[in-house]
Design a protein around this ligand. Structure first.
Ligand code: ADP
Ligand code: MG
Length: 224
């Protein structure tokens, strides 16, 4: 595994919203293939940080590098977001009118993948996450844990380099949280970079490296 190459790097990143500073001088690298957790209390700035790492939001100050290249937030970034990154949120944001398999197909179709190919890959992803037989169900016909696994399958659709997850188990019981964590550990073993935001130290400790945030700043780093 290439442990030295940075996939995402933040240099001197600060974020202000309405004159209020929510991130202060963040310097942080995510190495290719690592499983990094961002730990912190509610309001410490974890989501804001993850949005910037996901290239979904721009910093007010500082720079972001992706695969060694400086990101210009004025440019169209949907290609990187759709092909190289996968997102998982606390609430899954699946499309309620679509079935599980259609939800997983969506990013592939958006990326121009042929329908039959998208369907077979979507089915394979759902099967690999233990959702065989549930392909035709709509989100409301699935449990919370199953919905979150569909969301992970969707995030994996275009074979991203990294999965960025914001409190992915925040809405799940401990059994389903463990299922999600096991999936992340398996993906990491396959070489996929994982960045997980959580307020639960117990979960963060299952990753390889933990960044601790407080009041918009990185206040610690540890290896569990
Ligand atoms: N769009 C926004 N407008 C105003 N304040 C915001 C906005 N987004 C986040 N904040 C504030 O920034 C701080 C960090 O928020 P957030 O990144 O969501 O923290 P966390 O994910 O750790 O709970 C909080 O005090 C929050 O209220
Ligand atoms: Mg948050």
């Amino acid at each position: 595994m290439n442990g030295s190459k940075n996939l995402i790097e933040l240099v001197g990143v600060s974020k202000y919203i309405k004159g209020y500073r929510i991130l202060e001088n963040i310097n942080l690298s995510v190495r290719e293939g690592e499983f990094l957790s961002v730990l912190g209390a509610s309001g410490s700035g974890k989501s804001s940080l993850l949005y910037i790492m996901s290239l979904l939001d721009s910093p007010s100050e500082g720079e972001v590098f992706f695969e060694g290249r400086r990101v210009d937030f004025k440019e169209e970034l949907s290609y990187i977001r759709n092909r190289k990154l996968g997102f998982v949120f606390q609430f899954h944001y699946l499309v309620p009118e679509l079935t599980a398999v259609e939800n997983v197909m969506l990013p592939m179709l958006k990326a121009g993948k042929e329908k039959g190919e998208s369907l077979s890959r979507a089915k394979e992803l759902l099967r690999s996450l233990g959702l065989e037989g549930k392909e035709e169900r709509k989100p409301h016909q699935l449990s919370g844990g199953e919905q979150q696994r569909v969301a992970i399958a969707r995030a994996l659709a275009n074979e991203p380099k990294a999965i960025l997850a914001d409190e992915p188990t925040g809405n799940l019981d401990s059994k389903n949280s463990k299922v999600v964590m096991d999936i992340f550990l398996k993906l990491k073993a396959k070489g996929i970079t994982i960045v997980m935001v959580t307020h639960e130290e117990k979960l963060a400790r299952l990753s390889e490296r933990v960044i601790t945030m407080s009041d918009g700043r990185v206040v610690g780093e540890s290896v569990p």
